[in-house]
Design a protein around this ligand. Structure first.
Ligand SMILES: [Zn+2]
Length: 87
């Protein structure tokens, strides 16, 4: 997915802006792996194989998303990969 497209995305929970952390890009500068973080509610949305996994809480499959970000955590030395905010 291209940066200019990603920049148009907003958080499905509160429609606020997201901050993109790019982990891998392809030769055309498309983001292949990354994490979008909501500046307001701190929810995180992974980009997997170029596709942002963005859904409201009730449709998220955290049990599928979490292993992906746990792998990235080791691979890219990330500190905080909690997908949903505390409480
Ligand atoms: Zn949010």
């Amino acid at each position: 997915m291209q940066l200019k497209t990603i920049n148009k995305l907003c958080c499905p929970f509160d429609k606020q802006d997201l901050t993109l952390q790019v982990l891998t890009k392809d030769l055309d500068q498309n983001v292949i792996e990354g994490i979008l973080t909501c500046n307001t509610c701190s929810r995180k949305y992974p980009i997997v194989y170029g596709v942002p996994i963005m859904a409201p809480d009730e449709y998220r499959q955290i049990q599928l998303e979490q292993p992906i970000v746990e792998k990235w955590k080791l691979e890219y030395d990330l500190v905080d990969v909690k997908l949903l905010p505390e409480g």
